[in-house]
Design a protein around this ligand. Structure first.
Ligand code: RI2
Length: 306
């Protein structure tokens, strides 16, 4: 499991990050691991795939793209190991190809919602959200972006580099400047780690503050999310777990050791209720959040992860 463990570790430490990227990396790691298994019976093979799937899924708890990718990759109906490997490899190829095509389609569909002259606020670093912004820019629309820093990991720096390299005029703000800046922007475009059956968005901590400020200023909030970021398990009443990351991301542990009465908390995601979201742009079309159940049923299948 060497290669698979390396990928798992990279996902855990966020060397590989972003809900879409971790899904694609996990699918590829599972494929490579399956292909490395030989000289064993089907039961042993299935057990090893089960363990490997658990290792990958246990790395980060919030982005449902990860268990969805693993579930879509690992399932097979083969009667022998060699056919099972072929099925798993085929599943992975399909998932990875679909994920990449989904980003392009989301870009094309989402760009329709961007008008010439728009100033767009985005949060953290989302490839799906950036696909919309870049596509609109490539269509010749005169747009600019306000990007939040996104403490504590500062994924906003990845975003501003990407936008800079694409030639898109960009302003960086600290997270606490969101509300003040909201009146200067036209709409918010963010990504998604998970979308639950009630249309709520789970995304990088601070997203719900953008949405609150946007509602107050009557600006639209658009979410860019591949269909595999919808959570089938929420149909069973399961809540999406919010990842608590190390407090070392927030504060120097040495400084903290001088403050015996202080505790630090570092939740990595928050929940934005459906009523704050105008539209979710998927590769299958632009849906209101109220249609989350339909997306899960028609594009993921109710049997997934249930
Ligand atoms: P794409 C990221 O999580 C951010 O929350 C981002 O909005 C979301 O994944 C979706 O990203 P993290 O891995 O899949 O930085 O659109 O914690 O790239």
């Amino acid at each position: 499991m060497d290669g698979l463990n390396i990928t798992a570790e990279k996902i855990k430490t966020m060397e590989i990050r972003g809900a879409g990227r971790i899904a694609v990396a996990a699918s590829a790691a599972l494929r490579d691991y399956a292909m490395s298994l030989k000289d064993m019976g089907l039961d042993e093979f299935n057990l090893k795939i089960e363990e490997a799937a658990k290792t990958l899924v246990d790395t980060r708890p919030t982005a449902v793209s990860l268990p969805n990718a693993v579930a879509l990759t690992r399932r097979h109906s083969a009667g022998n190991v060699s056919d099972a490997i072929d099925e798993i490899a085929g599943n992975a190829e399909r998932f990875i190809k679909n994920a990449s095509e989904a980003l392009e389609k989301i870009g094309r569909i989402g760009a329709q919602r961007i008008r010439d002259g728009d100033v767009i606020m985005t949060h953290c670093n989302s490839h799906a959200a950036l696909s919309i912004i870049k596509t609109a820019f490539d269509q010749g629309k005169d747009i600019s972006v306000v990007a939040t820093e996104s403490r504590p990991r500062r994924q906003g720096f990845i975003t501003i580099r990407e936008l800079n390299d694409h030639g898109i005029p960009t302003t960086l703000i600290v997270d606490s400047a969101v509300r003040l800046t909201m009146k200067k922007i036209d709409l918010v475009v963010v990504g998604a780690d998970s979308i639950s059956v009630n249309g709520a968005l789970i995304n990088k901590i601070g997203t719900s503050q953008l949405a609150l400020a946007a509602q107050e200023a009557r600006r639209n909030v658009i979410v860019a999310a591949e269909t595999y970021k919808f959570s089938p398990r929420t149909l069973l009443g399961e809540m999406v777990e919010i990842e608590d990351r190390s407090i070392d991301e927030v504060i120097d542990p040495e400084f903290l050791s001088e403050l015996p009465n202080v505790r630090v908390s570092n939740p990595a995601f928050d929940v934005t209720p459906a009523e704050y979201i105008d539209l979710i742009i998927t590769e299958a079309g632009a849906f209101p959040p109220a249609m989350a159940f339909t997306v899960i049923k028609d594009y993921l299948g109710l049997e997934l992860e249930i």
